[in-house]
Each structure stands twice: as structure tokens, then as C-alpha cells.
Ligand binder design. Sequence first.
Ligand code: NAG
Ligand code: NAG
Ligand code: NAG
Length: 527
Amino acid sequence: MFYKLLFYLTLLIAVCEPSKSLNILVYSPVFGGSHSKFMGNIADALTEAGHNVTFLVPVADVTRRHEIGVKLTKNVIIVDKPNQDKTNIQNIDMDEVLRPLWTIQNRPVDFETCFVFFLEMMKSNCDDFTSNKEVFEELSRTKFDVAIAEPVSICGLGYFDALGINKTILASSTTHYEGVVRNSGEPVDMSYVPVHGAYFDEKMNIFQRYTNWAAAHVMAGNLEAMFDEEMERYRKNLGANIGHWRDLIPSASVFFTNANQYLDFPRPVIQKTVGIGGISVNLQKIKREKLPEEIGEILNKREYNMLISFGSMVKSSTMPENWRNSILETIKQFPNVTFIWKYESDDQKWAEGVENVHFLKWIPQTALLNDDRVTAFLTHCGLGSTNELAYLGKPAIVVPIFGDQGRNAPMLARHGGALVLQKFDLERKEILVNLVQKIMFDKSYAQKAKQLSQLLNSTPFSPKELVVKHTEFVGQFGPLTQLDPYIRHLNWFQRTFTDIYLLMILFYSLVVFVPLYVLRKLYRSLC
Ligand SMILES: *[C@@H]1O[C@H](CO)[C@@H](O)[C@H](O)[C@H]1NC(C)=O
Ligand SMILES: *[C@@H]1O[C@H](CO)[C@@H](O)[C@H](O)[C@H]1NC(C)=O
Ligand SMILES: *[C@@H]1O[C@H](CO)[C@@H](O)[C@H](O)[C@H]1NC(C)=O
């Protein structure tokens, strides 16, 4: 009896334990909360599955040093900048730096301006990080099976190459990056879907298609120019023989993207692209979250509640005054609705006397979205919030402010549970009142949002499963060079069949026009 039990126990352990615990390196520079959170979730999913994950965090933006992104993963290596000037950091007022984003026009030329700041940050980050010999030596002592980086910077891939890791995985915290798509052999998809920073859905008119085309080129060009600069630095510090980024990108075995195929616009991808959108929404954890008592009391005051938040990048307190006032006027029109507004400043005189609005500097967003008393949400549609809305099934008014938000908003609205409001219309109260009326009291939006959430929560494979299974597969069989499409080696004429079209034109002109010409000559000479 005892031996039988022991036998089953051993069997159970053998079945439950992962076949082999992998040493996994995740490179995640600190520069933006949503990027860190995404990479952190990937790392934690792998840690939870029993792997030995090392989370490598160069501090690119010192003002965000606290936003690391991992919760379960214990091996975290934070790499500070050398000779960090502490006084200088405290003098940077990020709120003021980011304020212009509220009113940026989002034309292709504006992306260029926006990008300069980012380029400088990533350039100096790559230089500082790769010149840190201590960290490099420490990491050289471990044999890593798989390494994961986000191709929003190429420094990590160069670093992996220097460490001799060739089983690599790319993970984009956005739906995709144009600059990566066109270097990976994936079809360039600007005729299918709106690119980052586009302000329309996939049904584009000719002007929008032009904008989409131009924006894709501007953004891909920006990213490629930055990769060149970063490569110069990693080669300087780690060795001139480190791979070219144009080879390192396609040598990755899997491309994880923060897109969910059931939520995103359909687009052509190659087989190594795996959408893991929704990995950042941890439903079990959200279900366990408790709302603070005082927020519960606010929700009990009226029958309807609406949440307003523009995220953590651009703050409500720096929004143009006339937009803010128009939102307040709208709030006054709905006395039977309580509005909870994430607002970061103590100066609330401008809203004095309006009883149905509550300002909170921080809101437990997922707990609120999971609460039945909250009727709808008004949000900037960052990809994090978009996924939360979609998975938790709340109707929303979505107001994209900058970057990929302009694309995320119609992506969500396409499913019928959200309404898009262009940000410059925030100053027109009558439009906003109309949308609030619809989203709060027309039940069809809530119903569509619920349907989407049920669908997303029942997909054949969960985002976590996809991450763990694909990473383990790469650990066992990588690098998966057979997934690298040969089309990358063709030039533009070959890829687009232009060479064949030209030849056909030449051929038909020979067989049709030459005889015609000869006939005409003959006819003339005879008559
Ligand atoms: C886990 O990774 C760390 C590096 O962060 C390494 O020092 C350690 O030896 C690894 N553990 C095992 C069991 O391989
Ligand atoms: C990957 O690296 C291993 C040794 O680290 C080497 O044996 C193998 O050939 C490399 N594979 C490719 C495709 O470069
Ligand atoms: C709440 O107010 C809205 C708009 O003013 C109105 O359409 C709705 O019927 C009201 N609901 C209740 C229960 O009073």
C-alpha cells in the first residue's frame, strides 16, 4: 500500500514538474510604464511556470526608476546610469515635458518631433548599459537558454549576441512596430490596417491611405535610424563583430505582440508572430481586489457611475482649460450620474459646487471596471486600458490623445461596446453630452461589451499559455531558423513583381508593336 502510494506520488511530481527549468533572460529598460508592465507580465508568467527568469533593467528614464514591472520574478538586475546626477533628475518636471502631447496634431511630421526625445534617451541608455563591464561579466557566468527583448530598442539584441545567446524572442508591447515588420519578412500591412498614430479605422479613404503610408514610412525610418545609432554603441562597447540589427531581428524565433487576434484589426502575419494581447489583464487577481471603503461609498451615492481617466502619461491636471471646463459642463447635465475623475492636482476650485464629481489622485482602475456599480468609462485608450476594458466588458467613450491610442480606439469601437471621440471635440460640450447619454443609458453598448469580454475570456489558448509554451519550445528546439522567410533576401522589384511587370510590358510591346510597325512600313512602301 505504502509503496503504491509512493509510486503515484512520484508519478504525480514527474507529471506536474516542467520537463526542464530554463534559464531565461528578459531585457526590459525602464522608460514607460506600459512597456515595463508588459515585459514584467511575460517574465512573471515564465517564473510561475517554474523557470529561472532573470529580469535585466537598465534605467533609461531615471524618473521612472520605480516602475520595474515584475511581481513574482526575484532575480532583478537594475543597472543605473554611471555618475547619475541626482539633483538634475529632481529638476525635470515630466508633467510639463509631456503637456504638449494633449494638443499634438498627430500628423506624420509630428511623429518625427516626438521621436527626437526618445532617440536621445535610448542612445545614451545603450551606451551606458553596454559599457557596464561588471554586469556583463556577472551575466556571462550563467548559461541562458532563451532571451527576450522588446524591439523598441535594439540594444538588448546586441547584448544577447555578445553573451552568445542565439535562442531569442521579440516581444512588442504594442500591436506591432512598423520598423520591425518591414525588417522581419512580414508583409508590410499599411494597406490593411491603420498604423501607429493613425486616427482612423481600417476603412480608409484615399487621404487616410496616404497618411497611413506616409506615417508608416516616417515611423519605420525613425526606428531604423535609432537602431543604427544603438548598434554603433553596442559595437563600440561589446565588440565590432556583434551582429547587425538587420540580421538580429529576423533571427528571433518568435515575435510576441500585444495584439489579440479576436480584438485587433485582421492583418497578415508570418507564422512566428504570436499575439499575446491580454497578458497584462490578470483576471484572477482582479477578482480578488477589494475596493477601498470610501470609493465604495461614492459608488453607492447614485444609481449610475462613470469613471474618467486619461492614464498616467498625460495628466488630467495639465489638460487644456477649455476641454476641462467642457467636461465639467457635461457632468452638470447628468445629476443622476456620479463621475469619478482621476485628477492629479489639489487645485479643484474650478469645479466648486458641482456635487456629482469626485476627484481622486489615484484610482484602482481594474477593481472599478470589475464593479457592477460602474456603468461606463471615459478613457484615453492606451493599450493597457483598452485590453482591460475589453476583457472586463465595460462600455466606454474613448478619446485618443497621442501615439497608438488613435488606432486602439477604433479597434475597440469596432466591436460595438465603445464610442470614439476625437480629442479636439472635447471642447464641444454638445458632442460629449450626446455620447455620455448614449453610453450610459443605451443598453446595447453594455451588451456588446459583455459579449466581447466573454469571447476574449474563452479563447482556445490564454495569453499566458501561449507565452510559456512558445518559450519552452524555443528553449528546446531554437533557434527556429526555418521560420525566417526567404523574401527578406529579395529586392523591391522582385518582392512586388515589378520586374515581371516590366518584362511583360517589354514582351508585349515587342510582339504587338513591332509587327504593327513593320506592317505599317510595308503598307507605306507598297502604296
Ligand atoms: C538562475 O539565474 C541566476 C542568474 O540570475 C543564476 O545565477 C543562477 O545560477 C540560476 N539558477 C540555476 C539553478 O541555474
Ligand atoms: C546557436 O548557438 C549554438 C551554441 O551556442 C550553436 O551550436 C548553434 O550552431 C547556433 N545556431 C545558429 C543557428 O547560429
Ligand atoms: C438619468 O438622467 C438621464 C439624463 O438626464 C435620463 O435620460 C435618465 O432617464 C435618468 N434616469 C433616471 C433613473 O432618473
